[in-house]
Design a protein around this ligand. Structure first.
Ligand code: NAP
Length: 301
């Protein structure tokens, strides 16, 4: 077997969070207390776990968190009212709407209602558009975490050929935009792609965000590829439930230069970048308020 690097997402996330903690401390010295509002509609068990973890992590780094739990029969109008209240609340810097919403709700309308400068998930069309233009915006947390892992593992990404498998709005597309911004040559594959394996075998970097357990095996990989496995799939393994990625880890190992495990790879990075985005949002809002208050008053008289 070749020598490969196991990319440790837990350790990388811990490093990001240490910096976030320092940034929170320095904001507090300026009397700014970063705060994150988390909205959970309904009682989906996985969403409840995600929300609990996000709130715990926020407390650990000194971010104030405010949880809003709404009943499963909440209407879109009621949710929009809450979002409008949080948008107007200057003590709240970030708003996270835990997805998925119950089927009767208008998810897109709710995400678009969040003020772009408080959109710490980076899903608002203004942030999506800004990202596709290569501007610095609040970018989605999972792809941001993947990019951080790649930069730590590969160093300079310029000119590398990256293949992103999956084109969802929350992972695949923003991942491709971030890699383009990092000067990679980017190919995006999806369920209608022809010769997906052959295209993937050309990649220096593979990001698998498909949601199909162990789809990507050795036959998809060029020797020496760096592989980031975003997939989180629960499977039944000889009567025991366990998590696996989109990459067949054992098959891929002899071919890769570096790979993320599942669990313990990309997962911890998502929450770390949510915290980082909250601090970024708090700082940007404070700077915007300060420049507004310092702007000269224009009188019509
Ligand atoms: P999604 O919205 O279901 O998108 C899956 C994408 O994969 C689609 O673009 C689909 O193509 C493509 N696809 C499906 N089968 C394919 C195939 N055989 N070959 C090539 N492409 C194929 O999923 P997602 O929300 O992006 O999530 C992807 C995975 O990442 C899931 O396992 C999810 O649980 C995980 N995830 C993890 C984190 C984390 O924090 N680690 C965060 C988010 C998501 P079409 O567009 O043509 O349908």
């Amino acid at each position: 077997m070749n020598a490969y690097t196991l990319i440790d997402g837990k350790a990388a996330a811990a490093r990001v969070l240490v910096q976030v903690r320092k940034d929170v401390d320095s904001l507090r010295e300026q009397d700014i207390q970063p705060a994150l509002a988390v909205i959970l509609v309904g009682c989906d068990p996985a969403s409840q776990v995600y929300v609990r973890n996000k709130i715990l992590r926020a407390e650990e780094v000194g971010i104030r968190s405010v949880e809003h739990r709404l009943s499963p029969d909440t209407s879109t109008a009621q949710l929009l009212n809450l979002i409008a209240t949080l948008n107007a609340d200057r003590s709240i810097n970030g708003i996270l709407l835990q997805l998925p919403l119950p089927a009767h709700m208008d998810e897109l309308r709710a995400l678009e209602a969040i003020a772009p400068d408080k959109d710490v998930d980076g899903f608002h069309s203004q942030n999506v558009g800004g990202l596709s233009q290569g501007r610095t915006v609040l970018a989605p947390c999972t792809p941001s975490g993947c990019l951080y892992l790649l930069e730590q593992t590969c160093g300079d990404l310029r000119g590398k050929h990256a293949v992103v498998i999956g084109r969802s709005n929350i992972v695949g597309k923003p991942m491709a935009a971030l890699l383009l911004k990092a000067d990679c040559s980017v190919t995006v594959l999806h369920s209608r792609s022809r010769d997906a394996q052959a295209l993937c075998r050309q990649a220096d970097i593979v990001i698998a965000a498909v949601g199909r357990p162990r789809l990507i095996n050795a036959s998809w990989l060029k020797p020496g590829a760096v592989v980031i496995d975003v997939g989180i799939n629960r499977i039944d393994d000889a009567g025991r439930s366990r998590l696996v990625g989109d990459v067949d880890f054992d098959s891929a190992l002899p071919h890769v230069a570096a790979i993320t495990p599942v669990p313990g790879g990309v997962g911890p990075m998502t929450i770390a970048f949510l915290m980082k985005n909250t601090v970024t949002a708090a700082l940007a809002q404070h700077q915007a308020q300060r420049s507004q208050s310092e702007a000269p008053c224009h009188s019509i008289y």
